[in-house]
Design a protein around this ligand. Structure first.
Ligand SMILES: Cc1ncc(C[n+]2csc(CCOP(=O)(O)OP(=O)(O)O)c2C)c(N)n1
Length: 560
């Protein structure tokens, strides 16, 4: 008799064959056949998280840091629904995550079975594609196709829902290989080059502009287009603006680098946007946090928009030239089409408006000082994963990212609780490099249980908690726009040093800037996970700030 295999074994085999080597997950009833098979596949490292949300964020962090798919696994019902925030986060930030969920057996679907939930229905708007696998013979094709779909074109999450009886279903071993010749090759052809006439028109606009800007986003990181973007900037002298997700796509400290735009962008950056006569945007969405009031955004500028996803072009801002294509290919075409020029007068005009960062922090425990200590301890050669809130903006603006793709954050969804689990995924992708997860006291408390995962699975993540005793960013909005009514924003914290100790993790508290260098370098050097709590000024604000709905010309600045 010919060999048969269960769906669970086929799933494991095809994951191994596809080159997957790590899964972040949590078992339960409907996914038990898969977990039963898993120990027979040592090539698949399984990292047991403490909450499925963390599995999705860790897979997302792994994907962003490695450029490969990140895989997470959960059971049906509550396990699957716990993935939702992580999948929405990955969807908004174009991250290739594959989620495998157990489902109740086929005969039970639609009967309100125990732990049944329509996870495909729930995740439809936040996945690129989803599959309910009805036959184990289709599993190999589905998994390969899912991995291809997640990665190709504009990346994003894909969900595979596998009923328990399909995991147990025995089929011929030949089904462990794809049936369809094209499985896994959803978009096999490399993206074609952009049409020459569009590139030509963009190049003509660049040649004619007096005040051009190059704005780069996440697409540059996803396409690995660093060298091309740098070449375009240096060849044309266009100053470079990096969006929140574009940070580390262009070296900080480069003479052409201006900084971050938008709601918390520097005044000189937003002013440059408002005065520019041309904006060349590559791999960004022109979302509301970047543009402020759209009607008043970049009133003098023509816009060239390069994006892989044609639906983004013209969605938020009217464009003079739209080019659908991969950031690497199209930027290389632009480099070839543009002549060398410089923008010295324009750069001098922008530089005249640069301010020093706000240095008015009590006790010297400024975000700059903390981030400088992390930079010094790591030689700047670390990946920073930030959470969401005030600290996220400080981390975005004040750390000198000199290497590509070393700043990872939840930009589109703005998911508090992202940093700690995502940093676990980054560590798995870059095991030899320091990874710092920087959170506020609010966001840290959302997923701090993952310290147990780090200990059990031997994951080295350096945890930084910026403790201001508040849900700081919301408190800041309450201060500015809600008459200082601090409704439900003061937040109590446990003793983080003792908490870390309870997990067997070395913990440190820094209250005096004089201790920063010493403590941070120790925390960085000690093997394994460590936690540093930074006690910062309670009511510090992120400046400048464009009020919600305001134009980039109307920043609220720090009182001097
Ligand atoms: C899951 C989730 N819930 C709520 C919010 C809304 N929110 C945005 S920033 C913020 C405050 C964050 O506080 P904390 O983590 O202490 O960081 P800080 O702003 O103080 O640096 C909140 C509640 C969010 N972004 N994500």
């Amino acid at each position: 008799m010919s060999e048969t295999l269960s769906g669970a074994h086929i799933l494991c085999r095809v994951l191994v064959d596809a080159g997957v080597d790590v899964l972040f997950g949590y078992p339960g009833g409907a996914i038990m056949p898969f977990y039963h098979a898993l120990p027979e596949y040592p090539a698949l490292r399984h990292i047991l998280v403490r909450h499925e949300q963390a599995a999705a964020h860790a897979a997302d962090g792994y994907a962003r840091a490695s450029g490969r798919v990140g895989v997470c696994v959960a059971t049906s019902g509550p396990g699957a629904t716990n993935l939702v925030t992580g999948l929405a986060t990955a969807h908004m930030d174009s991250s290739p995550v594959v989620a495998i969920t157990g489902q109740v057996s086929r005969a039970m679907i639609g009967r309100d079975a125990f732990q049944e939930t329509d996870i495909i229905g729930i995740t439809l708007p936040i996945t690129k594609q989803s599959y309910l696998v009805q036959d184990a013979a289709e599993l190999a094709d589905v998994v390969l196709e899912a991995i291809a779909v997640a990665q190709h074109g504009r990346p994003g999450p894909v969900l595979i829902d596998v009923p328990k009886d399909v995991q147990n279903q025995k089929v011929g071993a030949q089904h462990a290989a794809p049936l369809r010749a094209d499985a896994g090759a959803q978009h096999p052809a490399p993206l074609p080059a952009a049409p020459d006439d569009a590139v030509r028109r963009a190049a003509d606009l660049i040649a004619a502009a007096q005040r051009p800007l190059l704005m780069v986003g996440h697409g540059v990181i996803l396409a690995n287009a660093y060298a091309e973007v740098r070449a375009l900037a240096e060849q044309t002298g266009m100053p470079v603006i990096t969006t929140l997700l574009g940070i580390s796509a262009f070296p900080e400290g480069h003479p052409l680098h201006l900084g971050m735009p938008g709601m918390h962008g520097e005044v000189h950056v937003n002013r440059a946007i408002q005065r520019a006569d041309l904006i060349v945007g590559i791999g960004l969405r022109f979302d509301d946090r970047v543009t402020g009031n759209l009607a008043a955004f970049a009133p003098r500028a023509q816009i060239v928009h390069v994006d892989l996803d044609g639906t983004e072009i013209g969605r938020n801002v009217p464009v003079a030239v739209g080019i659908i294509g991969d950031a690497k290919t199209v930027t290389a075409q632009l480099v070839a089409a543009t002549a060398t020029r410089q923008c010295d007068a324009w750069r001098t005009e922008i530089e005249a408006g640069r301010r020093l960062p706000d240095a008015s922090f009590r006790g010297g425990m400024s975000p700059e000082a903390i981030l400088a200590a992390i930079r010094d301890a790591t030689d700047g050669a670390c990946t920073i994963v930030s959470d969401v809130g005030q600290h996220q903006m400080w981390v975005a603006k004040l750390f000198p990212y000199r290497r590509p793709n070393t700043h990872i954050t939840s930009g589109g969804l703005g998911t508090m609780g992202f940093a700690v689990p995502a940093a676990m995924g980054v560590h798995v992708a870059r095991p030899g490099e320091p990874v710092w997860a920087i959170s506020g006291d609010g966001g840290f408390q959302m997923n701090m249980a993952e310290m147990a995962t780090m200990v059990q699975e031997g994951l080295t993540v350096k945890l930084a908690v910026f403790n201001n005793g508040y849900l700081g960013m919301v408190r800041q909005w309450q201060q500015f726009f809600h008459g200082k009514r601090y409704s439900s924003t003061p937040i109590w914290s446990p003793d983080y040093v003792k908490l870390a100790a309870a997990y067997g993790i070395p913990g440190y508290r820094v209250e005096d800037a004089n201790d920063l260098a010493d403590v941070v370098s120790r925390a960085n050097a000690v093997p394994g996970p460590t936690l540093v709590e930074f006690v910062i000024e309670q009511e510090a604000n992120v400046f400048p700030m464009i009020p919600p709905g305001g134009s980039l010309s109307e920043p609220i600045e720090a009182a001097v």
